[in-house]
Design a protein around this ligand. Structure first.
Ligand SMILES: [Zn+2]
Length: 235
């Protein structure tokens, strides 16, 4: 098959927003990066964007800061302004991957309007389905290298020497937000909020459910097959 100017998977032109919805720790961010590279489209993580804007002290960042600091949802107007600006850049012309947005049905509705104005295809949702018990174990087992930031898991991906990084011998620590009570809380908030959002897109026939508990390479394979199917759809 001819390579159409490096437009990603088998010449697939995404031409739309690909929205990744999944709980924290489902591997969504990793998959987003992989897929973005394969498709040659940007990976837009609203969390990263806010941290960047706050770090640079921009007016939008200052509006978002109190909400980010207290772990609350950033108001729709602020999020939408940021997303709208980001997707108007040239690198988004062939589509883009959204990670962390939309989070609510009102955000999704307003995003639909933006998409229509930009003449993009309808957004498509990849829903990362998880086994909550298994995910909890995966997350609470996570340890981060205090030197290089490498991530280990005491159950699934332990270091060779307990408590020490394989690469640089750095001490492995459990980040405060990886503790069980914090994670349980985050997961129930996520579930309560997300069900209606996924339903919103499901009613439009724009959702594919993915088994996010499978090994990362398997998940990537599933994702690529979904995307190839999308490439064959008229709309
Ligand atoms: Zn390390």
């Amino acid at each position: 098959m001819a390579d159409q100017g490096g437009q990603g998977v088998n010449g697939l032109r995404l031409g739309r927003a690909l929205i990744l919805i999944g709980p924290p720790g489902a591997g969504k961010g990793t998959q987003a990066k992989t897929i973005a590279r394969r498709l040659g489209v940007p990976h837009i993580s609203t969390g990263d964007m806010f941290r960047d804007l706050i770090g640079r002290g921009t007016p939008l960042g200052e509006r978002a800061r109190p909400y980010m600091d207290s772990g609350e949802l950033v108001p729709d107007d602020v999020v939408l302004e940021m997303v709208q600006e980001r997707i108007s850049r040239d690198d988004c012309a062939n589509g883009f991957i959204l990670d962390g947005f939309p989070r609510t049905v009102p955000q999704a509705e307003r995003f639909d309007e933006i998409v229509r104005k930009r003449h993009l295809l309808e957004p498509f949702v990849i829903h990362f389905v998880v086994d909550t018990k298994l995910l909890l174990r995966r997350l609470t087992g996570r340890r981060t290298c205090s030197v290089g930031g490498e991530i280990y898991n005491i159950y699934d991906h332990p270091p060779k020497v307990p408590g020490r990084c394989d690469n640089d011998g750095g001490e492995l620590i459990q980040r405060p937000d990886d503790r069980e009570e914090i994670i349980s809380g985050r997961l129930s908030t996520y579930e309560a909020r997300t069900e209606v959002l996924v339903d919103y897109y499901r009613r439009k026939g724009k959702v594919v459910d993915l088994d996010a508990m499978a090994p990362p390479t398997v998940v990537t394979g599933q994702l690529l097959r979904v995307l190839q199917g999308l490439g064959g759809q008229a709309q």
